[in-house]
Design a protein around this ligand. Structure first.
Ligand code: M6R
Length: 365
């Protein structure tokens, strides 16, 4: 049931600190702050030359964020594909390498077909699923469950952040197994993960500000989302979320791609959501913001206190998220991104939990 919320989506957004916390506790030893996989992995990360990640929609964006983590922490190359492309492109795969599949429902037809293909090629198959009895879970060599609980809203929210938590812990485990992370690095990263539920709860505090902002967004025709590094796939997720529940056209772009085309769209009617925690690429994103501001675009900057102090640009609205370790910002910044889509849809009066033309689980290709 919806408890006291108007929609399942609102309830599921608000549940995130709790369910992401449950997921964390399954993958991390909270006492020693070390990673602890709930199952023994049937391969050694040292033997893996390439990881392939396959999923659809929001789950594919979780995979895209995880690519940055695996490559950074474990120095292992990662390829991310949407399942509908992966299943038919006959990608050359190496026997004994690792293929990861991400799915809330565990029943998505294209993801399942991709899993069967990887298996036929002799890869180890690992799935991150929310429904433990699902077909994808049954057919995978290893299952790493997300503990999001049932997700009813068609727009994925809590499943996404729980997927990120599992993938982050797995990437740390991979880095440790491959000798790329010292005990100290591991401790620092795991501590960063342990902080996530509390920071998510703090991020929910942006809701009144976002609700106000949504009244303006609801009047717009197009919205651009920009980010760099792990904030780039989150920009893609923000655009998808807005499209699917408010029916407003939105695009996510790597901030550095702005001047290669989309900047032509910028005028005073174009809101640009910039996802930019104060991290190693922050300065670069700020210069892209300057380009937007110079063309009259309305900037909505999602950053932290340091970022807000550094970004000297007149930005229309700044949403301040808590200070945190740079590695895991997508789990926290997902919250204002989801809230913005949600409140915009509420203002527009669309069917938030059951948007037109969409199914919760896409079991046909
Ligand atoms: O059940 P799955 O995670 O495999 O579903 C994948 C996509 O269909 C799903 O994430 C879809 O994009 C959502 N509507 C996004 O909010």
């Amino acid at each position: 049931d919806k408890a006291n919320y108007r929609h399942f989506m609102a309830k599921e957004i608000h549940e995130q600190p709790e369910v992401v916390g449950h997921t964390l506790a399954r993958y991390v030893d909270m006492a020693t702050e070390q990673v602890a996989m709930p199952v023994t992995l049937p391969f050694d990360f040292k033997d893996i030359q390439r990881v392939s990640i396959t999923a659809c929609g929001t789950a594919s964006y979780a995979g895209f964020i995880a690519k940055y983590w695996f490559e950074r922490f474990a120095r292992v190359p990662v390829e991310v594909d949407v399942a509908s492309e992966f299943r038919y492109r006959e990608a050359p795969l190496r026997k004994g390498d690792l293929a990861i599949f991400i799915s809330q429902s565990g029943e998505t037809a294209d993801t399942l077909a991709a899993l069967r293909y990887a298996k036929s090629q002799g890869l180890h198959t690992l799935s991150v699923v929310n429904v433990p009895t699902s077909t994808i879970a049954r057919e995978s060599e290893v299952v790493l469950p997300t503990l999001a609980g049932p997700e009813i809203g068609v727009a994925s929210t809590k499943a996404f952040t729980c997927q990120l938590m599992v993938l982050a812990a797995l990437a740390v485990a991979a880095g440790k197994a491959r000798g790329e992370l010292s005990a100290e690095d591991e401790g620092r990263l795991v501590h960063g993960l342990v902080e996530v539920p509390r920071l998510m709860a703090a991020a929910l505090g942006t809701e009144p500000q976002i609700e106000k902002l949504a009244r303006d967004i609801a009047k717009r025709q197009d919205v651009l989302y920009l980010g760099r590094g792990t904030s780039y796939p989150l920009a893609l997720e923000g655009a998808l979320k807005l499209k699917e529940i408010s029916y407003i056209h939105a695009e996510g772009y790597a901030a550095g791609e702005l001047k290669h085309g989309p900047i032509a769209l910028i005028d005073e009617n174009m809101p640009v959501v910039v996802i930019a925690p104060f991290d190693r690429v922050f300065e670069k994103t700020v210069s892209n913001m300057q380009e937007v501001a110079a063309r009259g675009g309305n900037i909505i900057l999602m950053t932290d206190a340091k970022g807000a102090a550094e970004a000297t640009i007149e930005s229309t609205v700044t949403i301040i998220l808590p200070d945190m370790a740079a590695a895991f910002t997508p789990m926290i910044y997902a919250i204002p991104v989801q809230l913005l889509a949600y409140h915009t849809a509420v203002v527009m009066g669309t069917d938030v939990d059951q948007p037109r033309n969409l199914a919760k689980s896409v079991t046909v290709e």
